[in-house]
Ligand binder design. Structure first.
Ligand SMILES: Nc1ncnc2c1ncn2[C@@H]1O[C@H](COP(=O)(O)OP(=O)(O)OP(=O)(O)O)[C@@H](O)[C@H]1O
Ligand SMILES: [Mg+2]
Length: 399
C-alpha cells in the first residue's frame, strides 16, 4: 500500500466523517518509513523555506492528535514548533491536489513573498513523495467564525467588530491592489479570518484555492462550507475577479453587523443572509433605523455612524453587478470614515444596482436568477458524489 494513503481518507469517505487523523496509530505518511521522505534537508529556496518531512513531523509531535488545530476542505492543520522556537500551523494538503510540483512551487513562491500585518504569512512548504504541506505563522486566537457564531459574538463588542472589519479589508486591499502579481483570495469566509491575541484580523489561505486542484469529495466539502459567500457571477459561470472577493467580503460584513450565519444549509436558499439582508439594509440606510438588521447580541451598544458606514459597505459589496461593487481600498476608506459614502456608491444608490437588463450582461443577473442558480448548484453539490470541479475554480479565469 502506498504509505501516503494512511494520511488521506479513501476517496468518498471525507464527507461521511468516519475518517479521523491519527487513528492508525502512526505518525503520518511514510514517517519513519523507508527513508524516502526527508531526504531533502530544509533549505531556503528563493526566500522561502523548504522543509523536509521529518522536520515538520518533529515540529508537530508526529502530526499528533493533540497538536491538531482543525480540518478544512484541503486537509488537516497541526500546530507545530520549529527548532528556532517559531510557532507554526502546518497544513497537510490532501492527496489528489493534482497540481504538479513545479507549478505548486511557483505558486507557493508568489504567496510566500506576501507580507502584511493583516495577512497570515506563509513560512514555507514541503513536498515529499506526493504529499504537499504548507507552513504558516501561527495565529493564536481562533477564527472570526468561532467568535461570531460558535461563541455567539460574546466578547466582540462594536469597536472590536469594526477593527476586525477594517483589518480584513486592509489585508484584502493589499492582495488586490498592492501585490504584483495581484492575488485573488477565492475563498473568503469568516473561517479564513484568523484572530490574534489583540483581536486583530489576519486573512488566511489567500491563493490556496488556486494552488490545489480540487478532487470530487474535496470540492463538495469546500463548496458546501463556502456556499453562502459565492458571488453570483462565480456561481453562474465560474468567473473570478477581485470583485468576487469583494462580494464574499460583503457577506462577512453582514455577519459582523447581524450576527447571523451566511446560510443555514438545513434550510432553503431563500434564507440566505444576503437575500434576507438586502432589502432591510436598503430601508435602514434610507431611514437610519438599523433595529431590524443589527445583531441583538450588541444590545444596542454601537456607534450609529460607524454602523451606517459598515452597512453601506456591505450593501455596496453584495451588488449583483460585479462592476458596481467598490474596490477594497474604497471600502477601507469608507469604513475608516475617510471618504464620503458617495465615493463608495459611485453614483449608485444602495439597493438600486440590480436593474433588469433584458439584453443580458451582468445587470441582467437578478435576484431570481441568482437564487435559481444557487438552487441548482446546491442540488448538484448535495446529490453528486461524482461531481467534478472544473466549473468552480478549476480553470476559471482571473479576469
Ligand atoms: N495559521 C493558523 N494559525 C492558527 N490556527 C490555524 C491556522 N490556520 C488554520 N488554523 C486552524 O485550523 C482550522 C482549519 O483550517 P483550514 O484552513 O484547514 O479550514 P477552513 O478555514 O475551515 O476551510 P478552508 O479549507 O476552506 O480554508 C481553522 O479553523 C483554524 O482554527
Ligand atoms: Mg482556512
Amino acid at each position: 500500500m502506498d504509505p501516503k494513503m494512511k494520511l488521506h481518507p479513501p476517496a468518498g469517505s471525507f464527507m461521511g466523517g468516519g475518517w479521523a487523523p491519527g487513528t492508525s496509530g502512526e505518525f503520518g505518511p511514510g514517517y519513519n518509513n523507508s527513508g524516502q521522505h526527508g531526504a531533502i534537508q530544509s533549505q531556503n529556496v528563493g526566500g522561502m523555506y523548504q522543509f523536509s518531512y521529518e522536520e515538520l513531523a518533529n515540529a508537530t509531535n508526529g502530526f499528533s492528535q493533540v497538536n491538531m488545530l482543525g480540518q478544512g476542505g484541503y486537509g488537516l492543520v497541526h500546530k507545530g514548533v520549529l527548532p528556532d522556537g517559531r510557532v507554526v500551523a502546518v497544513k497537510s494538503l490532501k492527496s489528489g491536489s493534482g497540481q504538479g510540483e513545479r507549478e505548486f512551487q511557483a505558486e507557493v513562491e508568489i504567496i510566500s513573498r506576501v507580507h502584511h500585518r493583516h495577512l497570515v504569512s506563509l513560512v514555507g512548504y514541503c513536498i515529499a513523495t506526493g504529499n504537499k504541506l504548507l507552513v504558516y505563522e501561527f495565529v493564536a486566537n481562533k477564527t472570526l467564525e468561532f467568535h461570531l457564531h460558535d461563541k455567539g459574538g460574546a466578547g466582540l463588542d462594536w469597536s472590536t467588530r469594526l477593527r476586525i472589519a477594517v483589518g480584513m479589508a486592509k489585508g484584502l486591499a493589499y492582495l488586490h491592489e498592492d501585490c504584483s502579481p495581484r492575488i485573488i483570495h477565492r475563498d473568503i469566509k469568516a473561517a479564513n479570518i484568523l484572530i490574534d491575541n489583540n483581536f486583530e484580523a489576519m486573512v488566511a489561505d489567500f491563493g490556496l484555492a488556486k494552488l490545489t486542484t480540487d478532487n470530487n469529495t474535496h470540492v463538495s466539502t469546500r463548496v458546501m462550507g463556502t456556499f453562502g459567500y459565492l458571488a453570483p457571477e462565480y456561481a453562474s459561470s465560474g468567473k473570478l475577479s477581485e470583485k468576487s472577493d469583494v462580494f464574499s467580503f460583503g457577506v462577512m460584513l453582514l455577519e459582523i453587523v447581524t450576527g447571523r450565519r451566511p446560510i443555514d444549509l438545513t434550510n432553503t436558499m431563500e434564507d440566505s443572509l444576503v437575500d434576507w439582508a438586502r432589502p432591510l439594509l436598503t430601508k435602514a440606510l434610507e431611514d437610519g433605523n438599523f433595529e431590524e438588521v443589527v445583531d441583538p447580541g450588541l444590545e444596542g451598544r454601537f456607534d450609529h455612524d460607524e454602523l451606517s458606514r459598515m452597512a453601506a459597505c456591505a450593501a455596496a459589496s453584495i451588488r449583483h453587478s460585479a462592476r458596481k461593487r467598490p474596490k477594497m481600498s474604497q471600502i477601507v476608506r469608507a469604513l475608516e470614515g475617510d471618504s464620503s459614502l458617495d465615493d463608495l456608491n459611485d453614483g449608485v444608490k444602495p439597493g438600486q444596482s440590480t436593474t433588469f437588463n433584458p439584453n443580458g450582461g451582468s445587470d441582467a443577473y437578478d435576484t431570481r436568477a441568482y437564487n435559481a442558480d444557487m438552487m441548482k448548484f446546491k442540488k448538484m453539490v448535495m446529490d453528486s458524489e461524482e461531481f467534478t470541479s472544473n466549473e468552480y475554480g478549476g480553470d476559471s479565469s482571473d479576469k
